[in-house]
Ligand binder design. Structure first.
Ligand SMILES: Nc1ncnc2c1ncn2[C@@H]1O[C@H](COP(=O)(O)OP(=O)(O)OP(=O)(O)O)[C@@H](O)[C@H]1O
Length: 624
């Protein structure tokens, strides 16, 4: 074993102390400098292979008392080439005889630096313009320095590899299409990748400390989902995960995610993974809505009559239809008032189908048919668990009518507390489901109808005045049948055509006396009543001409006069009608001329025509 003397020891001590405090590049520079000082050789360097493998690049280069910036050179034809083949090379003198390129260099000492696997990373070398002494002390000292240099080079390489691998993992983590979050047991985020930031609407600066649970809305359903999520921790991604409803941090919009979480080895931190399923959930919601709409429309079809047909040529009806045509083109709220059975629903449908929303749903709510405690959820829907009995989420009629029209029939029956809510929804054009907290924007045209005198209801404080004016932007009134008696012949023909085939009878028309009788009746139940009477008469009919006997018409007296008072004295009119009809029949419906009805009635033909029109006397098919 070789021993070292005190001068060598002090040199080594100086070297160790000189490199003790430094690492990395500084260490290498200090090592090369101290090697030169310790050996008395003026030039030294430490170099590594470049990527090409045919060149080397210096990591530290000491020459004549100063450092040179990084140098790079070809190996070919240099003593370094030998060193990098794995040999310690020592040329104490006359180097340039063997390597003619190395002009001015007399001596060289180089040693390869290897990694733990024996692979050569680079080399450490000394060179001089003078000959180098061939002392073992020099070689010994040099080898110690080389061993240290190799260790540091190795460490640097490992550090670089670690940095690269971390960078690769970081990129994998950051760029993964699945959201990853590291969080503590209190759901406080430590790290979140890009997908997580994008889905949750948070910026990288907001990550440290943000709590996952702060993104869960305070609705019973969302909180129940959160509890299920906590219970599912550690079940692993083989399980279906939990569907969570969140609100984005930036704009509060709802986000739906499928969520898995697992504790790490320490048990203190959670590795959470999730994917965005908002689109799927919205699609499912849309599907549920369409299903509900479909079911509703199926029911509607079952109860639909031939709604396209609004029969009548009377001036009052024509003027109403004229207004329907005009208002249909707008989105204005329409309030249709009129007695029961006068065709308010028919008019509401006509408005919808003549307007630009005709390809969107028309949804009807009969407010009188709903128990008052259910109206709100019927209109606006409810969340699961919103109240006892709300077992499932329900989509309300406003949501079903999105893009189309909502027809609120018997709007006068809505309780006052719901009237307030309805008013707010109409003003703000958004609503919340019962038990829900997410405002739902709406684009719905509202048409309402009532057979009550709503102004009277407002005066009696049964109906809110502000709501009345909001609904009554465009008022329409359906006339009672007794004000359009002239439409009765047309209506009777229409109704025979509607019911006879269904009942299976061949009816060609109505006998004139019966028609006269119908036109003399006051019709408190309006067209619905007429429908019933005609249907019943068809059922009872034995012949092809329909007959309606007096006992088939209820006796009208003042008690049966509806809310909406008639505009004229019906009894006088009906006497006049009966008389004129009788004369017309005698004269075979000839008005003018010597045998005409006008002469018999002592009226001018034009006056007779005017009276006939006013009293609704029209020739029917049988009278033709
Ligand atoms: N002009 C009309 N032509 C043909 N049928 C009509 C006409 N007006 C109403 N009807 C028919 O009369 C019946 C009652 O009409 P509708 O239900 O529209 O009345 P309403 O005023 O809404 O009644 P309610 O106030 O009782 O709800 C319906 O079967 C409808 O088809």
């Amino acid at each position: 074993m070789q021993t070292i003397d005190s001068s060598e020891l002090s040199i080594l001590q100086a070297v160790v102390e000189g490199t003790l405090q430094t690492t990395g590049d500084d260490f290498l520079r200090s090592l090369v400098r101290n090697l030169c000082l310790a050996t008395g050789v003026p030039n030294g360097f430490l170099a590594e292979f470049t990527e090409s493998g045919t060149r080397v690049r210096s990591l530290a280069f000491w020459t004549e008392g100063e450092f040179l910036e990084h140098q790079e050179w070809d190996l070919l034809g240099t003593p370094c080439e030998d060193v990098l083949r794995g040999n310690l090379c020592h040329y104490p003198s006359e180097l340039n005889k063997k390597f003619p390129h190395e002009q001015g260099v007399e001596s060289y000492l180089g040693v390869p630096l290897r990694d733990s696997g024996g692979r050569i990373l680079g080399h450490l070398a000394l060179f001089d313009q003078k000959a180098m002494p061939e002392q073992p002390k020099l070689l010994y000292t040099f080898k110690i320095f080389a061993a240290r240099a190799a260790a540091e080079l190795n460490r640097l390489r490992m550090e670089e590899q670690l940095r690269l691998s971390e960078k690769r993992y970081r990129a994998l983590f950051d760029e993964a299409p699945i959201a990853y979050v590291n969080e503590d047991r209190d759901t406080r985020f430590l790290q979140a990748n890009h997908a997580a930031l994008r889905i949750l609407g948070i910026s990288p600066e907001q990550v440290p400390g943000i709590r996952g649970i702060s993104l869960v809305p305070d609705t019973p359903e969302a909180q129940a989902r959160l509890r299920a999520a906590f219970a599912s921790v550690d079940k692993g991604t083989d399980s279906a995960g939990v569907v969570l409803e969140l609100r984005r941090k930036d704009n509060g919009r709802p986000v739906w995610i499928q969520w898995w979480s697992k504790a790490d080895l320490s048990g203190q931190f959670m590795r959470t993974v999730f994917i965005d399923i908002t689109e799927r959930v919205l699609m499912e919601q849309e599907q549920a809505k369409l299903q509900a709409q479909n079911q509703y429309l199926q029911e509607e079809i079952k109860s639909t009559h031939n709604f396209d047909e609004i029969v009548g040529r009377s001036p009052v009806l024509q003027s109403l239809l004229n207004q329907v045509q005009r208002v249909a083109q707008t989105d204005a709220s329409v309030l249709i008032q009129g007695e029961s059975g006068t065709g308010k629903e028919l008019i509401a449908r006509a408005i919808h189908f003549a307007g630009k929303r005709k390809n969107q749903p028309l949804i009807k709510v009969n407010c009188a048919a709903l128990p008052s405690n259910l109206i709100e959820s019927e209109l606006f829907g409810h969340e699961k668990g919103a109240f006892t009995g709300a077992v499932n989420k329900r989509i309300g009629r406003f949501e079903l009518a999105e893009g189309g029209t909502l027809f609120l029939d018997e709007v006068g029956e809505i309780p006052l507390d719901i009237q307030v809510k309805l008013l707010r929804v109409l003003q703000e054009r958004e609503f919340e489901r019962v038990g829900g907290q997410t405002p739902i924007k709406m684009n719905v045209r509202v048409i309402t109808a009532t057979n009550r005198n709503l102004l009277l209801e407002v005066a009696e404080k049964n109906f809110r005045e502000d709501l009345f004016y909001r609904l009554n932007v465009f008022p329409l009134t359906t006339p009672p049948l007794r004000e359009r008696l002239e439409d009765i012949p047309l209506l009777v023909d229409f109704l025979i055509g509607k019911f006879a085939p269904k009942i299976g009878k061949k009816i060609t028309g109505i006998d004139p006396k019966s028609l006269q009788r119908l036109q003399g009746y006051r019709w408190p139940g309006n067209i619905r009543e007429l429908e019933n009477i005609i249907e019943r008469a068809i059922i009872l009919a034995d012949a092809s001409t329909l007959e309606i006997n007096p006992d088939q018409l209820p006796q009208t007296d003042l008690e049966t006069t509806p809310d909406f008072a008639p505009s004229s004295d019906a009894s006088l009119d009906s006497i006049a009608r009966e008389h004129i009809l009788g004369v017309l029949e005698q004269s075979r419906w000839v008005i003018e001329g010597p045998n005409g009805a006008a002469i018999k009635l002592e009226l001018k033909p034009s006056t007779l025509r005017y009276r006939m029109q006013k009293l609704g006397i029209v020739k029917t098919k049988q009278q033709t």
